[in-house]
Design a protein around this ligand. Structure first.
Ligand code: 5AD
Length: 319
C-alpha cells in the first residue's frame, strides 16, 4: 500500500476494512489476546504536551510517585494473578534515574515475566542500561509525524530527538512500540497516512493508536475530541500493513465510545492493558478525563463471547 491507497481508505465510508483487519489479525497472531498489566508509577512530568492532563503546567493535579517497594509489590501481585507482561509507565520524572530504574527492572525480571517500559525520552546509554538490566520492550509514541503539528503540540520538545529515541531502541534490541493520536487539532488525514508509513518504515513491533480526548485543564480544553471511527481505521490499516505485530485495544478507544475496546479487538487489535495500580493513584493518572479501566474478569467474559481467549505466553512478536 502506498500513501494514496492508505488515504483512499482513510477517506472512504466503507467499513469492510475492519473485517479485513480482523481476518489478518486472526491469520497472523491468532485468537489469543495478550494482557499486559500496567503500573502507572509516577504522574510527575517535566514535559508540556499540550493535550496531556499531566503536563507540568497543570497545577490542578495532585502529583504522586510510588516508592520502589510499592512498584515491586504491585508487579508481584500482577505476576501472581497470571500476567505474563508488566508495563511500567510514568511521566518524564527525573527522580527515577537509570540506576534506580535498573534496580527495579532486574527485581521485576526475577519474577519470570516480560517487562515493558514507557518512560519517555532518555539517552542511548540509559536505554542500553535498561536493556542490560533485563527490560524487553519499550513504548514511546511518536504522537504525530507532522513536524509542524508536533512542534505546536510539544512547544519545548524536539521532534528529531523523539525519532532518535525510536531508532536507538530498535538498535539496542528492544521490542519497540510507538503510535499516534488521532484527532489532534489541526491534524490532517494526509499526516495520518504518513504516521502509518512511519510505523512500517520503523518496523515497529507494537503500535498503540488512540483518539485525542480533550482535557479540561489543558490549553486544548475547548477542542473537540477525536473521531472514534477514524482512530479505528488508522489502527485497522496498521494491522494490514504490519500483520504480525502487537496492537492494543487502547483505553482511549474505550473511554471515547462504549464497547470501543470490543470494536478494536474485532478490527485488528490483539492486546489489552488492564491497570494494576490502585484506584486512588489511577484517578490521579489523568492523562485525559474519565479514563476507562479494563477489569480482568470482564475482559475474559467479553473475549469468550467473541471466540477469543487470554493467551498464556509472553506475547512477543512472532515474525
Ligand atoms: N487524549 C488521548 N490520548 C492522550 N495521551 C496523552 N494525552 C492524551 C489525550 N488528551 C496519550 C499519548 C501518550 C499516551 C501515554 O497517552 O499518546 O503517548
Amino acid at each position: 500500500m502506498n500513501k494514496k491507497d492508505i488515504l483512499d481508505i482513510l477517506k472512504s465510508p466503507d467499513k469492510s476494512l475492519f473485517k479485513e483487519a480482523d481476518k489478518v489479525r486472526e491469520e497472523h497472531v491468532g485468537n489469543g489476546v495478550h494482557l499486559r498489566g500496567l503500573i502507572e508509577f509516577s504522574n510527575i512530568c517535566k514535559m508540556n504536551c499540550l493535550y496531556c492532563g499531566l503536563q507540568s503546567s497543570n497545577k490542578n493535579v495532585e502529583r504522586f510517585r510510588l516508592a520502589k517497594d510499592e512498584i515491586l509489590s504491585i508487579a508481584k501481585s500482577g505476576v501472581e494473578a497470571g500476567y505474563k507482561t508488566i508495563v511500567m509507565q510514568s511521566g518524564e520524572d527525573s527522580y527515577f534515574s537509570a540506576k534506580v530504574l535498573c534496580e527495579i527492572i532486574s527485581e521485576i525480571k526475577s519474577l519470570d515475566v516480560a517487562l515493558t517500559l514507557s518512560l519517555g525520552e532518555r539517552t542511548y546509554d540509559e536505554y542500553k542500561a535498561f536493556k542490560d538490566a533485563g527490560a524487553d520492550r519499550y513504548l514511546i509514541r511518536i504522537e504525530t509525524t507532522d513536524e509542524k503539528l508536533y512542534k505546536k503540540m510539544h512547544p519545548f520538545a524536539d521532534f528529531e530527538n523523539r525519532k532518535r529515541c525510536l531508532r536507538d531502541l530498535k538498535k539496542i534490541g528492544f521490542e519497540t512500540g510507538t503510535g499516534c493520536l488521532v484527532g489532534l487539532p489541526g491534524q490532517t488525514v494526509e499526516s495520518l497516512a504518513d504516521d502509518i508509513l512511519f510505523f512500517k518504515d520503523l518496523d515497529a513491533d507494537m503500535i498503540g493508536i488512540g483518539p485525542f480526548i480533550s482535557h479540561p485543564d489543558t490549553p486544548l480544553a475547548s477542542e473537540p475530541n477525536g473521531d472514534f471511527n477514524l482512530a479505528l481505521k488508522v489502527m485497522a490499516l496498521t494491522r494490514l500493513i504490519l500483520p504480525d505485530i502487537n496492537i492494543p485495544a487502547t483505553t482511549a478507544m474505550e473511554t471515547l465510545k462504549e464497547n470501543g475496546r470490543l470494536l478494536a479487538l474485532q478490527s485488528g487489535a490483539n492486546v489489552v492493558m488492564p491497570n494494576l495500580t490502585d484506584v486512588e493513584h489511577k484517578k490521579l493518572y489523568s492523562i485525559y478525563p474519565n479514563k476507562a479501566s479494563a477489569d480482568r474478569n470482564e475482559v475474559e467474559v467479553m473475549l469468550k463471547r467473541i471466540g477469543r481467549y487470554v493467551a498464556d505466553d509472553f506475547g512477543f512478536r512472532k515474525h
